[in-house]
Design a protein around this ligand. Sequence first.
Ligand code: IMJ
Length: 273
Amino acid sequence: MVQEVASPEVSEKSQFTGKDMLLGKKGVVFGVANDHSIAWACAKLAAEQGASLAFNYQGEVLERRVRPLAESVKAKIIEPCDLSDDKAIEEFFAKVKKEFGTIDFVIHAVAFANKEDLEGHYVDTKRTGFQKALDVSAFTMTAVAREAAKLMPNGGSLITMTYYGADKVLPNYNVMGVAKAALESSVRYLAADLGEKNIRVNAISAGPVRTLAAMGIAGFRDMLKFVASRAPLKRNVTAEEVGKTALYLLSDLSSGVTGETIFVDCGYNIMAM
Ligand code: IMJ
């Protein structure tokens, strides 16, 4: 029997009733673009649970979006950081060190591929497009982990966002699928390296969410419908639900979990037919 399940209400404050799960913790959020961003849903929940936050932005256009959001959760740091620039990462973490001293977590929700590489066939991907996608979408997690670990003498939790296209082929995801596969593998190697410092590293594989990163992708609306019709929960996942798993991974609740990719996709990935 197919059950009708209502989507959770979209409200300003989350329905989640946990309390002070990140009280006294300090974290860095990379990848907020606007209020639809998965990074923002994670950050908002973290702030609600008592965390102090630092945000990056890249360029003036995004600054105008990110600054008011970050200010609304009383962010301690709102600074530019182009993650494809090693020196910019160093300078950003120097500011984080100055303000926070030590940190407890990082939310990495950053990806980019050239638009022309997200249509047509993967086989046509050029070396430059491949390098760009892998650099921004995979390597930046490693670069950030290295800098963040230096500020985590008491251990910590790093999370990143991935997608099912790392495992299975779907139309147009192309080089991003290859980049996400590298990202998920990086998560395992980083978890192995940083485990002895009690730093955990995990990825969330979110189902499709209507964000800036999904806008303008041909057939995205139809993809949402297709996924909702086949997922066990018979709906699409919300950014807030991704945020709740982020909260679990950033908090002590997940103290025994590292190197994992956790699907938050209403169960879509388990289905064959
Ligand atoms: C992206 C492309 C094709 C299919 C897609 C997506 N599906 C989903 C996404 C089915 C859910 C969104 N996604 C998971 C991404 O990782 C998107 C990454 C992305 C998006 C853009 C759009 C604008 C641009 N470059 C991009 N680079 C990466 O110029």
